[in-house]
Design a protein around this ligand. Structure first.
Ligand code: URA
Length: 209
């Protein structure tokens, strides 16, 4: 599918299967989400540019590659995006973090922002929006809108599961934002949940239901 990369690595697929199971504990779910966050981050950053620099090994000098491009901002959407964040920060410890708090107004169904804090130099950075579930895509679209309003120019979207409806809606609004996901599930149900999915990622991660 254009604009979407499926992270089909066997470790990711195996961990996702455990996360989907109804009986998986809160502790395991949280641990797996963190681990998958790191593995997905590995794929999302695969094309970051490198430059050769001269270094000295204990044996000799050599030209060795190091990251050359823009620095990163990881932008988790509260609350379940935070579940992938630590795994990503383990890989990219110097990344900055932008927290985005959005909820859906039960009457208007519009996204309402309740928290937003991003690095001031976001325009010079590559931004990775982090949300495990790209379901209706309403919050992901609003998050990207908000990051662009704050100055972000180059944005990627990292999730764990996506719905076909969410992908097409997201791409309708933000065609230039590439999506990475471990799977595209069958459909959304009438309540905006992904089927077969894994349930409510935030509740499963924090044990709130
Ligand atoms: N958010 C979730 O946590 N799960 C879904 O299936 C959809 C949105």
């Amino acid at each position: 599918m254009k604009g979407v990369t499926i992270v089909d690595h066997p470790l990711v697929q195996h961990k996702l299967t455990i996360m989907r199971k109804r009986d998986t504990s809160t502790k395991s779910f949280r641990q797996l989400l963190k681990e998958i966050g790191g593995l997905i981050c590995y794929e999302v950053t695969r094309d970051l540019p490198l430059e050769k620099v001269e270094i000295e090994t204990p044996m000799t000098t050599m030209m060795a590659p190091q990251l050359a491009g823009k620095k990163l901002v990881l932008a988790p959407i509260l609350r379940s995006g935070v579940g992938m964040l630590d795994g990503m920060l383990e890989l990219v410890p110097a990344a900055r973090v932008a927290h985005i708090g959005l909820y859906r107004d039960p009457v208007t169904l519009n996204c309402v922002e309740y928290y937003f804090k991003a690095p001031v130099d976001i325009a010079e950075r590559e931004v990775i929006v982090v949300d495990p579930m790209l379901a209706t895509a309403n919050t992901a679209i609003a998050a990207v809108d908000r990051l662009m309003e704050a100055g972000a120019k180059s944005i990627r979207m990292a999730c764990l599961l996506a719905s076909p409806e969410g992908i097409s809606k997201f791409q309708g609004h933000h065609p230039k934002v590439h999506i990475w996901t471990a799977a595209i599930d069958e459909r959304l149900n009438d309540h905006g949940y992904i089927i077969p999915g894994l349930g409510d990622a935030g509740d499963r991660m924090y044990g709130t239901r």
